[in-house]
Structures are given as structure tokens and as C-alpha cells.
Design a protein around this ligand. Sequence first.
Ligand SMILES: NC(=O)c1ccc[n+]([C@@H]2O[C@H](COP(=O)([O-])OP(=O)(O)OC[C@H]3O[C@@H](n4cnc5c(N)ncnc54)[C@H](OP(=O)(O)O)[C@@H]3O)[C@@H](O)[C@H]2O)c1
Length: 304
Amino acid sequence: MILVTGATGTIGRSLVGELTGRGVPFRALVRSAAKGAELGCDHVVGDFDDPDSITAALTGVDRLFLNSTGVTAGPGEQPIARRQRTVIDAAVRAGVSAVVKVSVWKPRHGGKLALGAHWEAERHLRASGLDWAVLQPTGFMQNFVTGAALVTEDGDILGAYGDAGVAYVDCRDIAAVAAELLTGTRWNEDFALTGPEAIDHRHIAARLSAVTGRTIRYVDLPPDELAARLTGQGLPADFAADIAELFAEVGAGAQDTTTTTVRDVTGRDPRTFERFLADHADLLAVRGTEAASRSTGQSLVQDS
Ligand SMILES: NC(=O)c1ccc[n+]([C@@H]2O[C@H](COP(=O)([O-])OP(=O)(O)OC[C@H]3O[C@@H](n4cnc5c(N)ncnc54)[C@H](OP(=O)(O)O)[C@@H]3O)[C@@H](O)[C@H]2O)c1
């Protein structure tokens, strides 16, 4: 039995589809019965912040897909690290044999926000005695449809990436890799996941303009100006500075390389950005007609 956490999320929904297609037994962890019913698969209600519910959800589980959100402003540990430790400890107690965890591209000790939090969670997992597989994806193509990308009041893309390419990966490919690993025998490895090409944000803006039918620009700011702008839009100053620092790292080429991991694990090439756009044309077209007055960066502070 596999337990899929984060099952209602972007990767999770694709993974539910992958596992359903394979006919393997799994159950989804959801935060309400209504979400489970909407997902339409075997499910159990629980919350990372309620350890007893996680212990109950892990009954009879052999393999665990571990994914969670949670970067917050302010001092103290990021929720990702705390929650994932809770789940890993519960998995050990429940007799789970192996965990496939979603991490980030090049996590590091002391790294800002998710980079440091995932490094902590990875360290805990590697020391747990369980078998593990750690997925380390670059930025998600889906950020451009989920609202996770920073945008201006006019709906333009906002960043500090300069001309650097980013090898964005499609979450459906992350899910496909996870499904292979959860049903396979390849353990105790890191899997650095990228799309097939590194693309810069002016190119992305041009492609989004073509699909949405309205002009979307890429607004590039020096990191300090980006931080000031985010602060002006309501983010705490330290948090805005951390975000800008991470963006600047990407602008220095931190995510401009590709790997062959998706092909190596799944046997097929990762989806291109063009393919992603074509498959999400309906969503993007809706976005193109929406009033572009979204609240910049709110997805980054969301602690759901
Ligand atoms: N976005 C990127 O570019 C990027 C790049 C690399 C790595 N990552 C990593 O990818 C992960 C996010 O993946 P995603 O985008 O697929 O997630 P997502 O779409 O944001 O979904 C998050 C999932 O976690 C569940 N969840 C949230 N809080 C929970 C709690 N307290 N207890 C139980 N479940 C909870 C949500 O359930 P509800 O439906 O109930 O809210 C949802 O199913 C993060 O760890 C992030 O650091 C992101």
C-alpha cells in the first residue's frame, strides 16, 4: 500500500492519475472528506499538524510519497521541515519501508526558505533508516498557471533572472518519476529533475503572450529593487529580501542546466514548455481575459 501526501496538489493530482492508471493499491492523504471525494480515489483524512492523524493514515502503508508546502515569513523553522520530520518519524514507527520525497533543486544547509527547509527534511529522511528517494526538481512550469509565479499588477512576469535560462520542469513528469520509484526497487538516490531545455523569461513572456492573446512582458529588476517592490506590496522585508536573493541566484544561472533523469527513470523525454503551454491553453486563455490585478507573491506566504 502506498500513501500519497499532498494528493490534492499539483504534483499529487498527477501522481494519483499515474497510480490509478497502473492499478497499484494506494490511498491519498487529504485534509477533508470533501477533498477526498473530489479526488475520487481511496483516501484518508489527516493533517501534518496532527501527528496522530498521520500515524493512523500510515497503518498498513509500505511506501510513502511525501510532499508538502509551507514557506512562511518570520523567524523560526519553516513548516516544511517541521511537518516532514513529523511524517518521517511516524513512518518509521508505522513500519513503512521507503519514502519518495519531493525536495528542491540543490537544497543546502542554511539556504533561504525552501532550500534550507528541504535540506533539513532530507537530512532527517536520510538518517531515518528508511529507504528513500529524493526528487530535486527545478522550478515548475505549472507556476505559470497556479499563480505561484510573481506577477505585477498588470499581470506581467516579475523577476530578477536577467537573461538566465531556467530548465523548468512539468509537474506531470515529476509525478511520473515518483510513480516509477514508488512501484520500483531503486532506493537511496537523489533524482535531479529538469525539463528538456533552459528558457529565459523574455522567451516565456513571449510564449505566454501568444497563448493568452494579450501582451505579457517580463519585468526584470535588480534584486534590491525586487525586494523593495515586494515589501511595498505587503511582504515582510526579511521575507522579500530572501525571495529576491533566491531569484538572483537563479539569475546567476543556478537552474540553467538540464538532466536526463526524467528519461532515465521513465523511458521518455520530459515535456517541453511548448507542450505544457499547449496542454494548458484553456487555463491560460482564461487568465488572459482576467483582470490582471493579482496580489503579487501571496502564494509564497501561503502556509496551507
Ligand atoms: N513551485 C516550484 O517551482 C517548486 C520547485 C521545486 C520544488 N518545489 C517544492 O514542491 C512542493 C510543493 O509541491 P506542489 O506544488 O505539488 O504542492 P501544492 O500544489 O502546493 O499542494 C500542496 C499539497 O499539500 C497539502 N497540504 C498543505 N498543508 C498540509 C497539511 N498541514 N497537512 C496535510 N497536507 C497539507 C495540500 O492540501 P490542501 O489541498 O488541503 O491544501 C496539497 O495537497 C514544495 O515542497 C516546494 O518546496 C516547488
